[in-house]
Design a protein around this ligand. Structure first.
Ligand SMILES: [Zn+2]
Length: 58
């Protein structure tokens, strides 16, 4: 399986991401542990995953 190399948008660490990662997939940076979301696949683009909102309701 091939991997893609990206930079963490938070700490700029080099990340190896599986080539078959899905749009919307979330993983953690191995360096800063920030949760990152795949926002687009072509070209591959990462953003910090949105924080969970506390307003889940009952
Ligand atoms: Zn990072």
């Amino acid at each position: 399986m091939s991997t893609l190399q990206l930079s963490c948008p938070e700490c700029d660490a080099s990340l190896n991401v599986s080539n078959d990662v899905e749009e919307g997939g979330i993983f953690s940076c191995s360096d800063c542990a920030e949760e990152l979301e795949v926002r687009a696949r072509s070209p591959l683009r990462l953003e910090r995953a949105p924080q969970e909102e506390e307003d889940w309701g009952e």
